[in-house]
Design a protein around this ligand. Structure first.
Ligand SMILES: Cc1cc2nc3c(=O)[nH]c(=O)nc-3n(C[C@H](O)[C@H](O)[C@H](O)COP(=O)(O)OP(=O)(O)OC[C@H]3O[C@@H](n4cnc5c(N)ncnc54)[C@H](O)[C@@H]3O)c2cc1C
Ligand code: FES
Length: 259
């Protein structure tokens, strides 16, 4: 884990409400694993304001890419960052996704949930399918980057403005049936809002496959010290414990989570 002052190299809007920020982050970028995140202190927010957690979207020659949605005070101020400005970054944090997989990988994303999955897709040897959902076409991001790497992309939007009309679980069900019909196995890698994580975890259970969920919790310290991000979890023997999403996660297998 490193604590660096990182220079903004590029900062662009990728779609309504979504931006891509590229920071020069040296060792943070070099040592990052898919599914890990960074904790950013946004310059311009008042003294003593909290850091904000963001998934690592990609790394490239010391650059750290962050794909984010503007949702509130911190991300509104973050949108104003210009190349040449500096941002305090702690990372890489968290456990990351498991990488050595034998079976087909199905990536499932809701909105900015695509961020940790792109980095994962760059590292998985066997290409699979990305199933991505959002409220409208504006929430469907960077799918061309997955296609460019040889991934198949299936889109669902609630208003039908892109892909099939419906929830991400609708086309996901078709994919699970396809895998079941071929007799092959699959594992799901999932990032999105809680309701989606829960629904996808339940589908995975029904089809007997693992689902690795990236949890999105409010954080304060980001390093396991404050207990702001606790989550009730289940061990394989059925007993429960309370974990910290920032340091024990943010990735958990769906069966571990007590919703
Ligand atoms: C491990 C992790 C990885 C994340 N990765 C990304 C990412 O790659 N891209 C991205 O855009 N966002 C990501 N987030 C969410 C991001 O941290 C929040 O959107 C951000 O902190 C909001 O800050 P704000 O000051 O703009 O919003 P605030 O003013 O603090 O809040 C605005 C609204 O957003 C909600 N909100 C705030 N924080 C969160 C959160 N953690 N989860 C859900 N809702 C929240 C609040 O309840 C409120 O409704 C991630 C969160 C975690 C925990
Ligand atoms: S944010 Fe402090 S323990 Fe997780």
């Amino acid at each position: 884990m490193f604590d660096f002052l990182c220079e903004v190299i590029e900062h662009d809007e990728v779609s309504k409400e979504y931006c891509l920020l590229k920071l020069f982050a040296g060792e943070i970028a070099h040592t990052a694993r898919p599914g890990q995140f960074v904790h950013l202190r946004i310059p311009g927010l008042e003294q003593g304001s909290l850091r904000r957690p963001f998934s690592i979207f990609n790394t490239d020659k010391g650059l750290l890419w962050i794909l984010y949605k503007s949702v509130g005070r911190g991300t509104e101020v973050m949108k104003k960052l210009e190349p040449g400005e500096e941002v305090k970054v702690i990372g890489p944090l968290g456990n990351g996704f498991p990488l050595q997989r034998e079976v087909e990988s199905i990536l499932v994303a809701g909105g900015y949930g695509v961020a940790p999955l792109y980095f994962l897709a760059t590292r998985l040897k066997r290409k699979g399918v990305l199933v991505v959902g959002g409220r409208s076409a504006d929430d469907i991001l960077v799918t061309d980057m997955f296609v460019g790497m040889g991934w198949r992309v299936v889109v669902a939007t609630v208003d039908g403005s892109s892909g099939v009309k419906g929830l991400v679980t609708d086309p996901l069900l078709d994919e699970l049936k396809r895998v079941e019909a071929t007799g092959g196995g699959c594992e799901l890698f999932v990032c999105g809002p809680d309701g989606m994580l829960r629904a996808v975890g339940e589908l995975a259970r029904q089809y007997g496959c693992k689902a690795w969920l990236s949890l999105d919790k409010h954080m304060v310290c980001g390093v396991g010290a404050c207990l702001a991000c606790v989550q009730k979890l289940r061990r394989s023997d059925g007993s429960t414990w309370v974990g910290r999403v920032c340091s024990d996660g943010p990735i958990f297998e769906a069966g571990e989570i007590v919703w």
